[in-house]
Design a protein around this ligand. Sequence first.
Ligand code: ZN
Length: 280
Amino acid sequence: MLDEILNETEILKEYKQNHRIPEKIKITDIIYLLTKDYCLQNKERKEVYKLIMEDLKKTLGNKFIYTKWNKTVKGIVNRFYRDKSIYKFEVKMNDINEIRISQNELQTIRQLDNLVLEKIAFIMLVYAKISKMQMQRENNDYWVNKSCSVICREAKVGLRGDKQKRIMNELYKKEYITTSNINTKTNIKLNFGDKESVKREDDLIIIDFDGVVYQYLIYKGEKWKRCEGENCEKWIRIKNNKAKYCLSCAKKNKKEQTKNVARESMRRLRNERKNGVLRK
Ligand SMILES: [Zn+2]
């Protein structure tokens, strides 16, 4: 999912192997993960800062600018230790393997009876459940701390600028969300999450977090699957059972096929000529 790391242990391990930033991960996220990791190793705040600066030197090589990173790393490390002492949360790596959405929650989303609103509500609920697990919140409140643009992009609704805010306002009017200011990145409170989280057999279980919204569409009866093209995995809508590839993979395959056909006819031509020569 956009703007979210669900497998912190794995990401950190990957980074530590060669001090390279894993794909799709921001350097500031790595600094945050390193802070947590060193804190778990009972290092003092000052030492954590020094260790991370050493890590960054290895990552950035010649591009390491002391003044720039000094400020960024100090900012992240200090904020982390300050929050830790204020909120007294338990420091741990967050590894979220699954999110469960209950039938009750799905029904409530479906009642919106507007696909764009439904998709946005669904995505917000997934984000809220993730954040609940990350923050180890015990109460029944559901909060999302993502910008409208991140939510809309993840929901794949194709809205831009003011239209994003207007659609959020729709959800607000319908009392699905409560928020004081939707113009900036802010906390949005959801009013449609289950008060009690009980695992049920018919829950929608999300374990694949790349293209979460398609799982809502599948629940609604649409047919979607992953492209079978090499290294692709793009989600495609199945219109007939033969569909295997996304547009770009299909195009690539066709090109490949045309090439093969051409190669084959060349080979045949060459053979015929050779045989012709022999026959003379
Ligand atoms: Zn593909």
